[in-house]
Design a protein around this ligand. Structure first.
Ligand code: FE2
Length: 430
């Protein structure tokens, strides 16, 4: 047999060790021990983890890397971030959006992040972000699956031309219907916006992903309407609720009714740990609420939960580096998901779960899947999160598209080890 690429001696996310992965024609053709054959390129994984690529199911690529334009967010709140973005929107150009987005895509590739769902603001009559990101989607299509969500940032009903612009963006080729019900003028308008947006998606056979209840208000319950509309319109499995932070503050009895409804409607949940641990609880003194949605509880109901990055160096969040392992780490800390099993689940929240929410075809390190994967400097998924492990090789369509040297510190301490490999400290067994 002859292959384009053969990876020898890999560990897989499910724990299988000593596995070889053979790729031909952009697909994985074998995943088993002892694959024999020639290959154009051979990589010795040396027992390290090979994972399917990282997937970010919630991002804002039209705003990324704009930190400081036209000024910094002084209060650090969501609302000042939205106001600041409004100031920036007026001076945006398509060229600037494209340039920043492409720079971010380069960073993403280096981090093994090969699929991104980005919201794009449609509350700008020029649709600058839409034009820019449609161009970027085309430019990066050979290495990043970029899915775009038509996002009426200023409210479907609160912003005068939002619905018209949203429909135009969908006509131009934007993939998914977005919304922000908690930002409408009233709860009633918020609920109506959820119904209208789901109807638009049903009419056009599209997916839905709403910023939903990104608030500390326990009475912000648009997720209930979203689950209801999903069922009414037969959109099961094609709808996501992003953020869902109000659930953190909701009454426990109400949540015990709500979670089975979300599960029944097969609505995907997307938490954004980095941004929400900084934005939520801003109006609290002490104790301060964390604000992250109820991830372990949703897990127990079988709801598909992802962790998104949301923002990198923009009006809402000045940090971030396209590292989905940092996102997973924050999610597990904030959700107190520290059992071995729960940490592994957090790895799934930045790989297989968002791939499912986005409906990615051919995702996974299995025979027949696309030959897209990442070799990490880690022995398993737990260590990958703990170390924010180096992406040694990033493979797309059976070709290495990014490489990073392993982390290895040299020491000069008398009578002590000469070097430190951070991935040498994993427990031998659970
Ligand atoms: Fe967002």
């Amino acid at each position: 047999m002859s292959f384009d690429l053969l990876v020898k001696n890999a560990t897989l996310p499910d724990g299988r060790k000593g596995i070889d992965i053979a790729c031909s024609g952009g697909r994985i053709v074998a995943v088993e021990a002892g694959v024999e054959g020639e290959a154009g390129e051979v990589i010795d994984a040396a027992g390290k983890l090979v994972s399917p690529p990282f997937v970010d199911s919630h991002f804002h690529m039209d705003a990324t890397l704009s930190l400081g334009l036209p000024r910094m967010n002084r209060s650090g709140t969501l609302l000042e971030g939205i106001a600041l973005w409004g100031e920036l929107k007026d001076i945006l150009t398509v060229e600037a959006v494209v340039e920043r987005a492409l720079r971010y895509c380069d960073l993403a590739v280096s981090q093994g992040l090969l699929a991104i769902r980005s919201h794009v603001d449609v509350c700008d009559d020029r649709l600058t972000g839409v034009q820019g990101l449609l161009e970027v989607r085309e430019k990066v299509k050979d290495y990043i699956d970029l899915q775009l969500v038509a996002f009426p940032q200023d409210g479907l009903y609160r912003s005068p031309n939002a619905e018209k612009n949203l429909l135009k963006a969908l006509d131009m080729g934007v993939d998914v219907v977005g919304g922000i019900p908690h930002f409408e003028r009233t709860m009633d308008d918020g609920a109506k916006s959820v119904a209208r947006l789901c109807e638009i998606a049903a009419e056009r056979d599209l997916m839905v992903d709403l910023h939903c209840d990104e608030s500390d208000d326990p009475l912000s319950r648009h997720i209930e309407t979203l689950a209801y509309e999903t069922q009414r319109l037969g959109l099961q499995g094609r709808v996501a609720g992003s953020h869902l932070t109000s659930m953190h503050s909701m009454d426990n009895y109400y949540v015990s009714k709500l979670l089975p409804l979300i599960a029944e409607a097969e609505v995907h949940a997307i938490a954004n740990p980095l941004i929400n641990i900084t934005l939520q609880g801003r109006h609290d003194t002490y104790p301060k609420r964390r604000g992250q949605t109820r991830v372990p509880e949703m897990r127990s109901y079988g709801i598909n939960v992802s962790f998104g990055h949301d923002c990198v160096m923009d009006p809402w969040y000045s940090m971030g580096s396209g590292d989905m392992l940092e996102v997973a780490s924050m999610g597990l800390h904030v959700g107190q998901m520290t059992s071995r099993d729960a940490i592994r689940y957090c790895f799934d929240c930045v790989t297989t779960h968002p791939a499912k929410a986005m409906g990615l075809e051919g995702y996974g390190v299995d025979k027949g899947c696309k030959a897209d994967f990442v070799l990490l400097q880690a022995q398993d998924t737990i260590e990958a999160i703990r170390l924010k492990a180096t992406r040694l090789k990033v493979v797309k369509s059976g070709r290495v598209i990014a490489s990073t040297p392993p982390r290895q510190a040299s020491l000069s301490l008398q009578g002590r080890p000469a070097s430190v490999d951070p991935s040498d400290y994993a427990p031998r067994e659970d």
